[in-house]
Design a protein around this ligand. Structure first.
Ligand code: BGC
Length: 403
């Protein structure tokens, strides 16, 4: 059996905008409302701003020992320079609740959304961008006592392509998800984000005792024959630039869902297939093992924390099957010497999937009118895996009475 490092984290993850509801001062809120129906609205989301304790209790009761969640800049600094003490106190209560329940909090400082005023002022690429984010981080550090894990920026590589989605690409996505060609992340934005990450990490390190890292979206890209050079070029732009920037970090967050091939024109869209997930992605549980091995190689041995892995499906037994295989790949990588400190499943709850509600990634379903939480069998299953330090992966699911 795989020997896991002591204190291995078994948990689940969420982000503020996707679960809290009414994130009124954020750029995403504005974008949703200006999209003329193109994007579904986040609205009340899961109302986790008020129901976070219930969310965390469900995870802890199931047997998990960690919860990744974020603090929302747009709530903490809704207007430039105005820091909401109440919002900071709210996030401190979340940290206290997690600690009280025996959940190790993993706190993300930025997960895709920024305050409207920051976006209007030019965002990350403006001259003031780095200073404004660092100032925000300085406001947050006083509430981070007792937090051992801090992620600065979630998926900087996806952030570096977000501004580059053309209207055509978005319309194509509505028609057929599997046909979407993702734009390549912009290296200039990527380098700026790396600079901001390093500044933010220095602030967190100087003022707290937390380990600091950022979380990179893995693509598990593979070359098609003859396209090795194109693959190497894209692998750098998509991923390695961000992994290299993590070489001096305490850990690197790895987020993996699927794998894609690279052809002469670039990354090949997921071919339509009945096994594709509700996100339109190929069913590739092996992507997690590929991703952690790659992160380990490129960073030169920075400890890995799996900060996201999961599947968008309405079929919960399929979620269990996917996660079981993904975890087997993870444990094999650990057996081969990769230093992995934990596994955080995406996501704790069905939530707002950036413009759509249909792709359900949650271990827990949420009734969007009553906000009632309904744990799925996958939550109990992952809790068993956590409690048995992975041994339950080999249980016969039908003998255990579970799907
Ligand atoms: C993001 C999450 C998102 C998930 C599934 C990651 O890109 O960090 O916010 O919901 O993947 O798409």
């Amino acid at each position: 059996m795989t020997a896991l490092p002591s204190g291995f984290l078994w948990g689940a993850a969420t982000s503020p905008h996707q679960t809290e509801g009414n994130n009124l001062a954020s750029d995403w809120w504005t974008n949703e409302h200006r999209s003329q129906g193109r994007l579904q609205l986040s609205g009340d989301a899961d109302d986790s701003y008020h129901r976070y304790a219930e969310d965390m209790e469900l995870l802890a009761r199931a047997g998990l020992n960690a919860y990744r969640f974020g603090v929302e800049w747009a709530r903490i600094e809704p207007v430039e320079g105005h820091v909401s003490r109440a919002a900071l106190a709210h996030y401190r209560r979340m940290i206290d609740t997690a600690l009280h329940l025996g959940l190790t909090p993993v706190v993300t400082l930025h997960h895709f959304t920024v305050p409207q005023w920051f976006a209007a002022a030019g965002g990350w690429m403006s001259d003031d961008g780095p200073r404004l984010f660092t100032r925000f981080v300085e406001q947050v550090t006083p509430i981070l006592g007792g937090v051992e894990w801090v992620c600065t920026i979630n998926e900087p590589n996806i952030l570096a392509l977000m501004g580059h989605f053309t209207q055509d690409a978005l319309e194509a996505a509505e028609r057929d998800l599997s046909a979407v060609v993702m734009p390549t992340p912009d290296a200039a934005i990527g380098r700026r984000l790396a600079e901001i990450h390093h500044e933010a990490a220095a602030v967190v390190r100087a003022r707290t005792s937390a380990k600091v890292g950022w979380t990179v979206a893995s693509q598990a890209l593979t070359p098609t024959p003859g396209n090795e050079a194109k693959h190497a070029e894209l692998q750098y732009l998509w991923e390695d630039l961000y992994l290299e920037a993590a070489r001096d970090d305490d850990f690197v967050g790895v987020q993996a869902y699927t794998s894609q091939a690279v052809g002469p024109e670039g990354v090949i869209p997921h071919p339509p297939h009945p096994d594709n997930t509700l996100a339109g992605w190929a069913y590739r549980p092996d992507a997690l093992g590929m991703a952690v091995r790659h992160a380990w190689d490129v960073t030169g041995g920075v400890p890995v924390l799996v900060t996201e892995n999961g599947i968008a499906t309405a079929d919960d037994p399929r979620r269990i099957a996917y996660t079981r295989d993904a975890l087997r790949g993870l444990l094999a990588a650990i057996d081969d010497g990769v230093d992995v400190r934990g596994y955080l499943h995406w996501s704790a709850l069905d939530n707002y999937e950036w413009g759509r509600w249909e792709p359900t990634f949650g271990l827990v379903a949420v009734d969007r009118e009553t906000f009632e939480r309904r744990p799925k069998p996958s939550l109990a299953w992952l809790g068993d895996v956590a409690r048995t330090a992975g041994a339950a992966l080999d249980d016969n699911p039908s003998a255990a009475g579970r799907p």
